[in-house]
Ligand binder design. Structure first.
Ligand code: NAD
Length: 357
């Protein structure tokens, strides 16, 4: 039986992961998950609503707190006899990192250091056998690709371009160093753009779904030719669990959806998906407007997930057209969630801004 601490479990990927751990990941032939402890600071990006259906599940414990609080983390590790930390807590929005890098340095870099340190002390006291620290990073640490460059893989050199990706890159190096210096059992993953349920409306897909439904213009950075790889969040969660259970300690794995698309094409397809479900929606070309590009905007991210496919037997199951339609369906069915998020600490303050990864 496994006991897992998920940091950032009230955010987008974290809440999908907590549901996956207590659902699909516990119903197969692998060691079941006995307990999930979610540690979340509830910044603007975390919501209790994302985990509300687990309130009466005795396997889930929700703790409000900061990953920078070493004493709290140490107590949770000991009290719940944690086997695995799955570390997702982060400041994750590139535009916000351009406006205010300091919070990113504190949570993404210092916070990861404090977690590693708490885990190191815990292992000294309780032994490291069968324990693991899974560090969830991003493909953005590799910088930008040219149109004809090969996709990112585990040996791509680091070249972070934004304050966000620089703080994630710094945390990756700390994780690596804790393995080499102290023998900490760690695995790092780098994923591409996730999409699916529970994503905050500052990110591209939910932002655009909301605007399409309201009949508002769809602002696209520059000419929209930036290319991203799209990974359905459920596929990502399966990859994270595989890497946590079977990933080689001290190694890293890139995870992608094998789905490279230009931002403009993503938005066009999204409008079509909404039009299929909601009558009276105007076509994409009547709604799209082009706005000034983000400073230092990376041109292309792409992923070659061969390693996780061959070593861990993982592969994406969802293709983009079908994952997109599932996502649109979720947002249509959860308009109360959207309203709650927009009216909460998030305040819709960034709804006018873009987030195109
Ligand atoms: P998110 O912004 O939706 O959620 C982050 C969560 O972390 C929130 O619940 C927030 O309250 C919590 N948090 C922030 N600071 C904290 C702190 N100091 N202590 C405890 N909790 C804190 O992020 P996401 O999109 O779910 O991303 C999760 C992880 O995956 C991040 O590490 C991110 O870098 C990585 N990632 C995300 C994507 C993507 O497409 N969303 C792509 C690549 C990598």
């Amino acid at each position: 039986m496994m006991r897992i601490l998920v940091t950032g479990g009230a955010g987008f990927i974290g809440s999908n992961l907590v549901h996956h751990l207590l659902g699909e990941a516990s119903s197969g032939t692998e060691t079941p998950v006995e307990r999930v402890v979610t540690l979340d600071k509830f910044t603007y990006a975390g919501s209790r609503m994302n985990l509300a259906d687990l309130e009466s599940d005795p396997r889930h414990v929700l703790v409000e707190g900061d990953i920078c609080d070493t004493e709290l983390v140490g107590r949770l590790l000991r009290e719940h006899e944690i086997d695995a930390i799955m570390h997702l807590a982060a400041e994750s929005h590139v535009d916000r990192s351009i406006d205010n890098p300091e919070e990113f340095i504190m949570t993404n870099f210092v916070g990861t250091y404090r977690l590693l340190e708490a885990f190191r002390v815990y292992l000294l006291e309780h032994g490291g056998e069968n324990r693991v620290f899974l560090h969830v990073s991003t493909d953005e640490v590799f910088g930008s690709l040219g149109a004809d460059d090969p996709p990112f893989c585990e040996t791509t050199r680091y070249a972070p371009n934004s304050p966000y990706s620089a703080t994630k890159a710094g945390s990756d190096h700390l994780v690596r160093a804790y393995h080499h210096t102290y023998g900490l059992p760690v695995v790092t993953t780098h994923c591409s753009n996730n999409y699916g349920p529970y994503q905050f409306p500052e990110k591209l897909l939910p932002l655009m779904i909301g605007k399409v439904l309201k009949g508002e213009p769809l602002p696209i950075y520059g000419d929209g030719s930036q290319i991203r790889d799209w990974l359905y969040v459920e596929d990502h969660c399966r990859g994270l669990v595989s890497a946590m259970r079977h990933g080689k300690r001290g190694e890293c794995y890139v995870i992608g959806g094998k789905c490279e698309m230009r931002n403009i094409d993503v938005v066009r397809e999204l409008v079509e998906a909404v039009r299929e479900r909601v009558p009276g929606i105007r076509p994409a070309d009547e709604l799209i407007i082009h706005v000034q590009d983000r400073p230092g905007h990376d041109l292309r991210y792409a992923i070659d997930p061969s390693r996780i496919e061959t070593e861990l037997g993982w592969a994406p199951r969802e293709n983009f057209p079908s994952g997109l339609r599932r996502t649109v369906e979720w947002y249509l069915a959860n308009d109360e969630w959207v309203r709650h998020i927009e009216e909460g600490p998030y305040h819709g303050e960034r709804l006018g801004r873009l987030a195109q990864g």
